[in-house]
Design a protein around this ligand. Structure first.
Ligand code: BG6
Length: 512
C-alpha cells in the first residue's frame, strides 16, 4: 500500500505496535489457556525480540507453587505448544521475568498483597507502573476479580503508569448477562482500558481482510449486492469434545461458542463500510453498524433460516467416533447444537438482498475456516451453446489453515475447440512471504501493551451481537414448538437440511 508521507493514515500505521514495558498479571495462571496459548505467545514474542524490554509476568492462582515450580511447568507446556519450537537459552532469559503469586480469587487481601508485589517489581525494574491484567479464569470469577482489583486500587493508573484489563470469552451467555458483565467492567476500568479479546481478530488473515478490501482497487467496486450473489463463512472443525470440554460446550453450543463472537467478527470485517481512519473507534463504529443492520429473526424466521444439528457416531480418517450425545460430560438428551448453519441478511444500502450463509460445526471432516464471495454470473448470451458449468467467479479468503486468497474464474481450455474450464488464481502466505503467520495471541498481547484496541471488541459490538443471537436462542428454547434438531454423522459435512437451506435459492456450500 503506498501512502503519502503527509497522510495521517501513514502516521497511524507507523505508530502502531509500540508495546510498552509493563507487568502482566495472569488470573487463572494454572489454567489451560495460560499453558497452551498465553505463555507460548509471550515466549515466541521474546524469541523474535518483539517483547517490550523489561516485561514482567506474574501468575495469580490458588494452588501452592513458587516461581521455580511454576516456571518448570510452563517450560514443559511451552515445549509442546510453542509454534517456533523451544530454545532452552531463550526460555531461560524469558523465564527470568516470570513470578508466581499465590492467592484466592475471592480474597481481597490477596489483591492488596499483589499490589505490593507489583510495586516492588516497579521499584526494581523498568515496568513504570504499567499493569496489564489478563482474566483467564472461569467466567463466574470475572466480577469478583474485577471488584477485588478495584478494592486494591489496581484498576487505577498511578504514578504516570496505565492499568488495563484483558478479558476472555465467554462475555456473557446472552444479552442480559453480557450487559451485567459490561456494567461491572465499566465500574472498574475505563472502556479505553478494557480489551475484550476475540482471538479471531488477531489471526493474520482476518487482519488482511481490510487490506484486501481497502488497499486494492480491483475488489472494492464489486463488493456489494449488485455484483455479489451470496457470501459464505465456514468454520469447520474436526475436533469434538476432547479434553473434558463437553461440560462447558453443552451449556454453550456452536452458536454461542463461535458464531456470536468469532464468526460475527468475520462477518463485520467482510460487510463493513470503509472506516474514516484506522483508529480503534473508527473501525469499531463501522463494525457496530453492520451488527445493527442484521435482520433480526422472529421464531418463524429462525425456523426458515437456521439449521441446528448434532453429530451422530461416524469416523474421521478411519477412526471411529462417538456421537455428540455419547461424549463425556454431555447431558442426557441434550438439545445443544454441535453444528449451526444460518442465512442472514444485512439490511443496509450495500448488502440489500444478498444472503450471507454462516456455518460452524464440530466433527466435520477437517479443520478449515474460510470466507467466499460468490459473484453474480455475467449475461449468458455468448457461450450458451457450450455444456453448462458452474460459471460464477468466487473470491475465497482462507483464514486457516493454508492461509491465502484465491479467485476462481473461467478460462478457455488450450486447443482448437472452444471448451471452457474453471481455473484458480491462488495466493498462499507461506510461498509468497516465505514464513508462516504468528499466533493470534502474539499480536493481541502486543496490541494491548501498546494501547491499541482496534483488534478487540467494544462493549456495543458484544451487546449487538448478542441481540441478534438471543433471537435465535429464544426461538430454540422458549418455544412450545421449537425447530427440530437435525443430525449428521461425525466426519460428514453437516446435515442435509443445511444443503437444503442453500438449495432454496439455487446455491450450494463451497467444497472445502
Ligand atoms: C474457541 C472455541 O473460542 O475457538 C473453541 O471455544 C474452538 O470451541 C476455538 O475450537 C477455535 O479456535 P481456532 O483458533 O483453533 O480456530
Amino acid at each position: 500500500m503506498s501512502i503519502s508521507s503527509n497522510n495521517p493514515l501513514r502516521e497511524e500505521l507507523l505508530s502502531r505496535q509500540v508495546a510498552k514495558p509493563c507487568s502482566m498479571v495472569i488470573f487463572g495462571a494454572t489454567g489451560d489457556l495460560t499453558h497452551r496459548k498465553l505463555i507460548p505467545a509471550l515466549y515466541n514474542l521474546a524469541a523474535d525480540n518483539d517483547l517490550p524490554p523489561g516485561l514482567k509476568v506474574t501468575g495469580f492462582a490458588r494452588r501452592e507453587k513458587n516461581d521455580l515450580s511454576w516456571r518448570n511447568e510452563l517450560e514443559e507446556s511451552n515445549r509442546k505448544n510453542s509454534r517456533s519450537g523451544h530454545d532452552p537459552e531463550t526460555w531461560k532469559n524469558f523465564a527470568a521475568s516470570i513470578s508466581y503469586h499465590q492467592g484466592d480469587l475471592n480474597d481481597t487481601e490477596a489483591y492488596h498483597d499483589l499490589a505490593k508485589h507489583l510495586d516492588s517489581i516497579d521499584d526494581a525494574s523498568t515496568t513504570q507502573h504499567n499493569r496489564l491484567f489478563y482474566l483467564s479464569t472461569a467466567p463466574e470469577f470475572f466480577p469478583v476479580v474485577l471488584e477485588n482489583l478495584k478494592a486494591a486500587g489496581l484498576n487505577q493508573s498511578r504514578n504516570g503508569g496505565w492499568s488495563r484489563v484483558i478479558i476472555e470469552k465467554p462475555l456473557g451467555s446472552d444479552l442480559s448477562t453480557a450487559q451485567e458483565l459490561n456494567r461491572v467492567l465499566s465500574n472498574t476500568f475505563n472502556e479505553d482500558d478494557t480489551y475484550r479479546i476475540d482471538h479471531y481478530l488477531g489471526k493474520e488473515t482476518a487482519q488482511n481482510i481490510m487490506i484486501l478490501r481497502f488497499a486494492n482497487a480491483i475488489f472494492e467496486p464489486l463488493w456489494r449486492s449488485r455484483f455479489i450473489e451470496q457470501v459464505q463463512i465456514t468454520c469447520a472443525e474436526d475436533l469434538g469434545m476432547e479434553g473434558g470440554r463437553g461440560g462447558y460446550y453443552d451449556t454453550a453450543g456452536a452458536t454461542r461458542d463461535m458464531v456470536q463472537n468469532h464468526l460475527m467478527q468475520l462477518l463485520c470485517l467482510i460487510a463493513m463500510e470503509p472506516p474514516t481512519d484506522l483508529s480503534a473507534d473508527s473501525v469499531r463504529d463501522e463494525k457496530v453498524k453492520v451488527l445493527r443492520s442484521l435482520r433480526r429473526m422472529g421464531p418463524d424466521e429462525v425456523k426458515r433460516n437456521v439449521v441446528r444439528a448434532q453429530y451422530t457416531s461416524g469416523e474421521i480418517n478411519g477412526q471411529p467416533l462417538p456421537g455428540y450425545l455419547q461424549e463425556e460430560r454431555i447431558t442426557e438428551n441434550s438439545r445443544t447444537e454441535s453444528y449451526v448453519a444460518m442465512r442472514v441478511f444485512i439490511d443496509n444500502w450495500r448488502w440489500e438482498g444478498t444472503p450471507f450463509y454462516i456455518r460452524m460445526g464440530k466433527r466435520l471432516p477437517k479443520k478449515a475456516t474460510e470466507i467466499s464471495l460468490h459473484l453474480k454470473r455475467p449475461p449468458n448470451v455468448l457461450f450458451q451453446k457450450l455444456p453448462s458449468i458452474d460459471g460464477s467467479n468466487v473470491l475465497t479468503m482462507r483464514i486457516q489453515p493454508d492461509e491465502g486468497v484465491s479467485v476462481r474464474m473461467l478460462s478457455k481450455l488450450p486447443g482448437n475447440d472452444l471448451k471452457i474450464e474453471p481455473v484458480k488464481m491462488d495466493f498462499h502466505y507461506l510461498s509468497s512471504f516465505g514464513k508462516g503467520s504468528p499466533e493470534a495471541y502474539e499480536r493481541l498481547l502486543l496490541d494491548a501493551m501498546a494501547g491499541d484496541a482496534t483488534l478487540f471488541a467494544r462493549r456495543d459490538e458484544v451487546e449487538n451481537a448478542w441481540l441478534f443471537i438471543d433471537a435465535i436462542q429464544n426461538a430454540w428454547h422458549d418455544n412450545d414448538n421449537p425447530p427440530a434438531m437435525a443430525e449428521y454423522p461425525a466426519g460428514s459435512w453437516g446435515p442435509v437440511e443445511a444443503d437444503q437451506l442453500l438449495g432454496e435459492r439455487g446455491h450450494k456450500w463451497r467444497e472445502i
